[in-house]
Design a binder for this molecule. Structure first.
Ligand SMILES: Cc1cc2nc3c(=O)[nH]c(=O)nc-3n(C[C@H](O)[C@H](O)[C@H](O)COP(=O)(O)OP(=O)(O)OC[C@H]3O[C@@H](n4cnc5c(N)ncnc54)[C@H](O)[C@@H]3O)c2cc1C
Length: 284
């Protein structure tokens, strides 16, 4: 049980963690993909005050070192589900369940868009989590649409369970999958539907049929993390204190909209942490 759980260990989440820890809160940061894979792609950053020229990777290293100097729990797991449970929140990862009195969502930029049919079929043939749902497809055929190279591990895991895995990488595949029942198909998925014989992924090169479809991205669309969260276009709607429409849930950084910039993310992370601290005080 944490006072404040922060979902996402990029600049926004780590900034929130420092402020919440300084305010003596019991804090956990959940990070799914090695701490801002987006920022770590940046070779040079010139517009963050105090750093004239630093790489994104070095900047994240410094941010993380600062967080680690506080008693903050860093949990390297992806939060798959966030649900209210009485006056607290339950956070589900692929293996564990955690509780927190307040939550800050700092999951970064939402994907530009979901595939047509994806949201409607989520939990009914479409999944974002191999560990959670892989067993449902034991001995069956699945299609995996992956935008993240490190998800290859998940793909191999599915290959161990399923009769056949069709992998559609949306990036330049450098490592070849080991399992012989994985077929790589280079195409651009366009829509997901349910046909008479199961799931169908339409692409510009034809239709791929299977029993289930897994989609791996750095961040999932924010409204699939917590049903009922109010959006403003593709981003999480927040007020000036970074509070969302759900009491106790705050958001910060790129997931709240543009401009997608580090200084905005760290500033919002701090405001969200202070908002969460005030929220906890108001409940006493
Ligand atoms: C190539 C490139 C260059 C850039 N250069 C600059 C620049 O020069 N200056 C500048 O100001 N900005 C730059 N940016 C933008 C900057 O990287 C972002 O604005 C900043 O990283 C946003 O921080 P954030 O914490 O909101 O999101 P992110 O940095 O995206 O962090 C979000 C984190 O949440 C994690 N996450 C997502 N979902 C979950 C989940 N369900 N459970 C657990 N963890 C989760 C992700 O793995 C990620 O680590 C650049 C971006 C790119 C891609």
């Amino acid at each position: 049980m944490y006072d404040i759980a922060i979902i996402g260990g990029g600049p926004a989440g780590l900034s929130a963690a420092v402020t919440a820890a300084v305010r003596n809160k019991k804090v956990a940061v959940f990070e799914a993909n090695g701490f801002s894979p987006r920022l770590q792609l940046a070779a040079h950053i010139h517009n963050y005050l105090g750093f004239e020229d630093i790489s994104g990777a070095d900047m994240m290293h410094k941010f993380l070192a600062q967080v680690r100097s506080y008693p903050v729990a860093i949990i390297e797991q992806k939060v798959m589900a966030l649900q209210p449970m009485g006056d607290k929140f339950m956070l589900g990862t692929s293996g564990d369940v955690y509780e927190a009195a307040a939550v800050i969502i700092a999951t970064g930029m939402a994907p530009a868009g979901t595939l047509p049919g994806e949201k409607e079929l989520l939990g009914q043939g479409v999944s974002y989590c191999a560990t959670c749902d892989g067993m449902l497809y034991r001995g069956k055929k699945v299609v995996v649409i992956s935008a993240v190279p490190h998800a290859l591990e998940e793909v191999e895991f599915l290959a161990g369970l399923c009769s056949e895995v069709i992998l559609v990488p949306l990036y330049k595949l450098e490592a070849v999958p080991q399992a012989s029942n994985i077929t790589v198909v280079k195409t651009v998925p366009q829509a997901i539907t349910r046909g008479e014989q199961g799931m169908e992924v339409q692409s510009k090169d034809g239709t791929m049929r299977s029993d289930g479809v897994f989609i791996f991205r750095v961040s999932n669309p924010v409204d699939t993390l917590m049903p009922g969260l109010q959006l403003q276009e593709q981003s999480i709607g927040v007020d000036a204190a970074m509070a969302t429409n759900i009491a106790g849930i705050f958001a910060a950084g790129d997931c709240t909209g543009q401009p997608w910039q580090i200084s905005r993310a760290t500033g919002q992370g701090q405001v969200a942490a202070l908002g969460a601290v005030s929220y906890l005080a108001s409940k006493k």
